[in-house]
Design a protein around this ligand. Structure first.
Ligand code: SF4
Length: 454
């Protein structure tokens, strides 16, 4: 469909997690359906949108410095439209307008699908703040996806947990699950466009369905993540399905069995454990113990011995002793993760832990982070070692930007893999192909190899 009118150009900068990236793709789709086209540079754009993250203080500070630059532009170019979306917008609301009066629109993540309506209000001369609790509208716009092979599909918005360090519940609101048929329809649409892999997204995806009505004859919830996976598994054309982010408190054996039994479900699990010490987990209000976490991993490995495991961990949480921190190191070593995203604790506004008086000094944060990063890298290298000499199925996602003679893609276990775009028989591989790759070299965070004739 041709755009109804030329609206100038837009630029979106996205900070933070996959949920934000998925929201940005939807907002880009809305802007394009309104007649905007993507600008070639941020400083040339007629509409600039920052989709923000407040998980860490440095991401938030970066937004303010970007905004300062745009506010200056706006003073000489009043037609520039400035939008702040995402979690900083939700957290700061009106006060963001006081801090940056040049802003036109401040909108929380629950309002992403309302971008067109909100911009119409801006067009009528208002400065708009949209941060009230809002029932998320079903997607009606086609997202402008950054990849044409791998896509994200939101299945649940918000989070009802109360982890004491986390700002997400206060900025993303209560859990809102999408209906299984709406999710399946979106996946079918993506498959029809040629997408091969879908990652289902939720801040706490294991909570999927607990806000939807229905009880099965066996007395359990009718809508769970496991049921959803069964519901969407057979979408024609899709080769792979993933999901993130899991929560150890709600991760079930049924889910593990579904992952083992459904062939399109990939053998990769991202299950944040956050700390290897039960007292720290209790202070974080995570709702599980290290023992429970171990049982989940054992069960996964029982059913899928080669599954890859990744996690998130926080070091230097308020009051974390050296012994408690060492238990986190020991757990990483014991489990042998393929990847761990590490962070030093960063106090966030409106979270209980930020007000505690047992904050750890910066030098401890830096030192623990340095040490744990070295361990994580060693574990990743050791785990990747098992791929050497093996043949792995890789879904080609695109050209390696550092070497255009190569393609890059991922194994089912989510290992980034580079390989020659040309096979031995001169066959040219392209994005979207599933290629059997002989792994010749392993590094901590990637593999490379040679495509085999199929
Ligand atoms: S589960 Fe905890 S860490 Fe994850 S989004 Fe919810 S509150 Fe934050």
């Amino acid at each position: 469909m041709l755009p109804s009118r030329e609206r100038g150009s837009y630029w979106i900068t996205t900070f933070g997690c996959q949920m934000n990236k998925a929201d940005s793709e939807r907002m880009a789709g809305i802007l394009e359906s309104m007649g905007y086209r993507e600008a070639s540079a941020e400083l040339d754009a007629d509409l600039v949108l920052y989709n923000t993250c407040t998980i860490r203080d440095n991401a938030e500070q970066k937004v303010y410095s970007y905004l300062g630059r745009q506010a200056q532009r706006k003073r000489t170019n009043p037609n520039l439209t400035l939008v702040v979306a995402g979690c900083v917008a939700q957290q700061e609301g009106e006060s963001l307008l006081r801090r940056v009066p040049e802003l036109d629109l401040v909108m929380g993540p629950q309002h992403a699908n309302r971008l067109e309506t909100l911009l119409q209000q801006v067009d009528s001369g208002q400065q708009v703040v949209a941060t009230e609790e809002h029932h998320i509208l079903e997607d009606i716009t086609t997202a402008r996806r950054d990849s044409s092979i791998c896509g994200w599909v939101n299945v649940i918005y918000g989070c009802n947990e109360r982890c004491t360090y986390c700002v997400v519940p206060s900025v993303r609101g209560k859990e809102q699950s999408r209906l299984p048929d709406a999710i399946k329809l979106e996946m079918e649409g993506l498959a029809a466009q040629g997408f091969k892999e879908i990652t289902l997204l939720g801040q706490n995806i294991d909570a999927y369905g607990r806000d939807l009505p229905g009880i099965t004859p066996e007395g359990r919830r009718q809508h769970t993540l496991t049921d959803l996976l069964h519901h969407v598994h057979d979408v024609e054309g899709l080769e792979r399905i993933r999901f993130a982010t899991s929560h150890p408190r709600y991760f079930t054996d049924r889910l593990i069995d579904a992952c083992a039994d459904l062939p399109k479900l990939c053998e990769h699990f991202h299950i944040p454990f956050q700390s290897g010490d039960n007292d720290v987990l209790r202070a974080m209000a995570r709702g599980y113990t290290v023992e429970r976490y171990r049982r989940i991993i054992d069960r996964i490995r029982e059913r899928m011995p080669d599954a890859s495991l990744s996690a998130d961990v926080i070091v230097a949480f308020p009051g974390e002793t050296d012994a408690q921190y060492r238990r986190t190191l020991a757990l990483i070593e014991e489990i042998g993760f393929d990847q761990v995203n590490t962070a030093a604790y960063s106090p966030r506004p409106n979270t209980p832990a930020a007000d505690w008086d047992n904050q750890l000094p910066e030098d401890i944060k830096v030192e623990r982070l340095r040490e744990i990063n070295a361990l994580v890298e060693r574990c990743a290298r050791e785990r990747n070692g098992r791929y050497a000499g093996r043949v792995e199925e890789v879904l080609a996602e695109g050209i390696n930007p550092k070497d255009p003679s190569q393609l890059m893609g991922r194994t089912r276990t989510n290992r980034l893999t580079f390989f020659s775009a040309t096979g031995a028989d001169d066959r040219r591989y392209q994005a979207g192909d599933l290629v059997n790759v002989h792994i010749d070299a392993v590094r901590s965070f990637s593999l490379s190899g040679t495509p085999l004739n199929c």
